[in-house]
Design a protein around this ligand. Structure first.
Ligand code: SF4
Length: 59
């Protein structure tokens, strides 16, 4: 998926902070395990590159 100028996926619903195309999201997104090892690695890499970290306190 393409990213916007802040690095978020263009399908991200910024107001609700969730996927705006969840029911039809790509297969790569369906395989991604939220809060799994790869998720944590991506978040850590993102936090090191950016001043704004992604909050892991998900509901
Ligand atoms: S689940 Fe996939 S399509 Fe949806 S916001 Fe995340 S990266 Fe984008």
């Amino acid at each position: 998926m393409a990213h916007d100028e802040e690095g978020w996926c263009v399908a991200m619903d910024g107001a609700r902070m969730n996927c705006g195309i969840y029911e039809t999201r790509p297969s790569v997104c369906r395989r991604f395990v939220m809060n799994g090892p790869y998720c944590h690695a991506v978040r850590e890499e993102y936090a090191q590159e950016r001043t704004r970290a992604i909050d892991l306190n998900l509901l």
